[in-house]
Design a protein around this ligand. Structure first.
Ligand SMILES: *Cc1c(COP(=O)(O)O)cnc(C)c1O
Length: 358
């Protein structure tokens, strides 16, 4: 039997990827020009599909870049002149914050302990912050920030750009894009695709900010600066040769998700999360790591193990289930991805296998 991946990224492929990959090869997709009408049609279809799946307004651009890590750099270069503010509660949010310092911005942060989260009323945003950076789903700890907290932060800080790393949650959370200026993800997590593509979504306020920086003579980068990405986006092209195959597969999977039903997809994520958390709570071997239910992620579920984690992972692997190891190696933990690619039935099978452990 093929193993089932419950790893938080790279993750299980969305079930239709294999067939789309074969079709792409039959149709020579990896060889087509990125300056052809065939490529422009793929980009446009992916853009329109993402707009429907994520409820994006028409004034937002969708750009294809190398990875989410690249977006950390690009968004800081293009949307911050002096100061950014970061909510840091794990490895990914910390790296985003560190990038701001490396790019010589004034990097401010508010920290929460590993396994803890943030609530709107408790944020202390300093004066003069141009960008507030949320890591909506902190993949290292399994802590999610509620969309309400993010929206309320916009209401309280209308002059700041709200930038959201939704790498290990999108397309699950439903954002109000009147209150989120930029969002990004890479495709190898909840979209269930091979790694090697980052998707950066930004509105015209971000574009205006980048233009303002450029008119002041501030360096916004050379490769993939926002003004350039946007120029090319208008004709559904990219400045450099992109990962055409990956954009093709993203388009196909987004269409499949829409055909399946975006509500159904999200309802199933909720259901599978309840099943997993219920099991962990009752289990003698595991404990739910994130204590506050309001901060428990529904897409990356982290548990403490009462025995060393690595033999548990090994036994599950022998049973055909690949589970994520803990990110913080000083703890005995496991991480279970709950992405659309894995079905309710597969989660039931995993829970059965985990309940046989002793
Ligand atoms: C995986 C991950 C990233 C980095 O994604 P890459 O594709 O490796 O660049 C960034 N943020 C979060 C929250 C992640 O889970």
């Amino acid at each position: 039997m093929k193993p089932i991946y419950f790893t938080p990224g790279p993750a299980a492929l969305y079930p239709t990827v294999e067939a789309h990959l074969h079709q792409a090869l039959r149709d020579n997709i990896p060889s087509i020009s990125h300056r052809s009408s065939q490529f422009r049609a793929i980009y446009q279809s992916a853009y329109e599909g993402l707009r429907e799946l994520l409820d994006l307004p028409t004034d937002m651009g969708v750009f294809f870049v190398g990875s989410a890590t690249e977006v950390w750099e690009r968004v800081l270069q293009n949307c911050v002149e002096q100061a950014s503010f970061h909510l840091v509660n794990g490895a990914f949010s910390r790296k985003f914050y560190e990038f701001a310092g490396l790019l010589q911005k004034q990097a401010h942060k508010q920290e929460a302990d590993f396994g803890k989260g943030f609530t709107a009323g408790e944020l202390h945003v300093p004066q003069g912050i141009e960008m507030i950076a949320f890591t909506q789903n902190e993949t290292s700890s399994g802590v999610a920030t509620s969309v309400e907290t993010i929206h309320d932060t916009k209401d309280a800080h209308l002059d700041s750009l709200i930038v959201v790393d939704a790498v290990s949650s999108a397309p699950y959370p439903i954002f109000d894009f009147a209150k989120v200026d930029s969002l990004f993800f890479s495709v190898q997590k909840a979209f269930g695709l091979p790694a090697g593509l980052g998707v950066w979504i930004a509105n015209e306020r971000c574009l205006a900010k980048a233009q303002a920086l450029e008119s002041k003579g501030i360096n916004t980068g050379a490769h993939h600066k926002l003004t350039n990405l946007w120029q090319f986006f208008k004709k559904f092209e990219t400045p450099a040769t992109p990962n055409v195959l990956s954009i093709y597969l993203l388009d196909k999977v987004v269409q499949d998700m829409l055909a399946y039903g975006k509500d159904k997809l999200r309802d199933e994520t909720d259901l599978k999360a309840i099943m997993l958390y219920d099991f962990l709570r009752e289990s003698e071997l595991f404990d739910v790591f994130v204590e506050n239910p309001e901060h428990q992620s529904n897409t990356v579920i982290v548990a403490n193990t009462r025995q060393p984690a690595s033999p548990i992972l090994k036994t599950l692997e022998e049973k055909g289930f690949i589970i994520g190891s803990g990110y913080d190696k000083s703890r005995e933990q496991i991480r279970i991805a709950n992405f659309p690619a894995t079905s309710v039935e597969q989660v039931e099978m995993l829970i059965d296998a985990m309940s046989e452990l002793s």
